[in-house]
Ligand binder design. Structure first.
Ligand code: AMP
Length: 383
């Protein structure tokens, strides 16, 4: 199937050519016709499946079909995103796909001053992408009004739940006209999310791609068993030997991420960290350096990494194993975006063995063991 066959407006096809997409991904093939037809959609898809374009393209198609401007402070499309990184990426996607349209869009999230965001809303916009907390601030300030929203998108709903955003979302939705189209995306459907979807959606079309556990099948996985104290040295050795490509290193904590970056830099290897304690500017700089290849190692915590959109990550290294098995699958899935395969290596100390067992149960396979690079053979070590 092609984008043309989906019936998207010529301006969108031109933009897709410019970004180099040739074939719709499975979630796009499933969701685009329903969204174009004006139906509510409940989608199960994680980041990396092309879900942003799955909603952004048909939304833009609908906007183009009935151009109008909302009043001051208003928007026609509201996209709610759990994190600022994801919000920025969604806003960028709308701009990329809508670049041949007369599209007005903006993004708002916390951690930066509100003034510019408020000014961007003064004339009204077609598309507003926002994190829930900052959006509520603007609603209280009366710099944003939601009575002209025609399409509401809730992205990464399960992540919203993790971050405690369900109550704010319910409040926000009360301000949006009941007569609207709603698109609801989540990587998983825990009970609370199912309930929320049931309340927000009307007769939704259900679309789903790759259940979380099967993503893992496409990725070459390895685990290195070692003592905690050897992790940093082994990470460095890996990065100097087997692991040559663009690499995402995951740590459980922000401080852990900073320590890893410090250790690598002491050894002369440049890397950057991205996590919740970094300013927006620092995060953007780190991402830009990673994207451009200026530094090939990005050290991230789970929350910070969830929304990062970087193509061509060849390796994921789990410096710490996550205690939630699904998180492991999300992490390693970062190497397999848009169909590419990757390699994931986990450093597992004695205390993390139990986490590894949980992960292996979820993905339905044993993760093969590898030796640390340069590690002496077991008998030599004993000597
Ligand atoms: P997402 O799941 O929306 O975060 O998208 C994952 C990545 O796939 C992003 O880098 C997109 O730019 C890319 N992408 C989305 N749709 C396509 C497509 N049809 N062909 C190639 N790449 C795509």
């Amino acid at each position: 199937m092609t984008f043309q066959e989906l019936g998207l407006a010529p301006k969108l096809l031109k933009a897709l050519e410019a970004v180099g997409y040739t074939t719709p991904t499975p979630i796009q093939q499933q969701a685009i016709p329903h969204v174009m037809a004006g139906r509510d959609v409940q989608g199960i898809a994680q980041t990396g499946t092309g879900k942003t374009a799955a909603f952004a393209l048909p939304i833009l198609h609908r906007l183009a079909a009935s151009p109008k401007r909302p009043g001051p402070g208003g928007c026609r499309v509201l996209v709610l995103s759990p994190t600022r990184e994801l919000a920025s990426q969604i806003a960028e996607s709308f701009q990329d796909y809508g670049k041949f349209m007369d599209l007005r869009s903006t993004v708002m999230f916390g951690g930066v001053p509100k003034g510019r965001q408020a000014r961007a809303m003064q004339m009204g916009v077609d598309v507003l992408v926002a994190t829930p907390g900052r959006l509520m601030d603007h609603m209280a300030d009366r710099t944003v009004r939601l009575d002209s929203v025609e399409i509401l998108v809730l992205d990464e709903a399960d992540h919203m739940l993790d971050l405690g955003f369900i109550v704010p979302i319910r409040r926000i939705v009360q301000h949006i006209p009941a007569q609207r189209q709603t698109l609801f995306f989540s990587a998983t459907m825990p009970k609370e999310i199912g309930t929320l979807a049931g309340q927000m959606l009307k007769n939704p079309a259900q679309v789903a791609v790759t259940p979380v556990a099967t993503t893992a099948e496409r990725i070459e996985q390895r685990v290195i068993h070692l003592e905690t104290s050897r992790k940093r040295a082994v990470l460095f050795d890996l990065l100097m030997s087997d692991v040559k490509g663009r690499t995402l290193v995951f740590t459980r904590t922000k401080h852990g991420a900073d320590r890893v970056v410090r250790h690598l830099s002491e050894q002369g290897l440049a890397s950057a960290a991205i996590h919740g304690n970094k300013s927006q500017g620092q995060r953007e700089r780190a991402l830009a350096e990673f994207r451009s290849g200026k530094c090939r190692v990005l050290v991230a915590t789970d929350i910070a990494a969830r929304g990062i959109d970087v193509d061509g990550v060849s390796h994921v290294i789990n410096f710490d194993l996550p205690n939630v098995p699904e998180t492991y699958v999300h992490r390693i899935g970062r190497t397999a975006r848009a169909g590419a395969d990757g390699i994931a290596i986990s450093l597992c100390d004695g205390e993390e063995r139990a986490f590894l067992r949980g992960i292996e149960k979820l993905i339905g396979q044993k993760v093969p063991v590898m030796q640390a690079p340069g590690a002496p053979a077991p008998q030599q070590r004993a000597a």
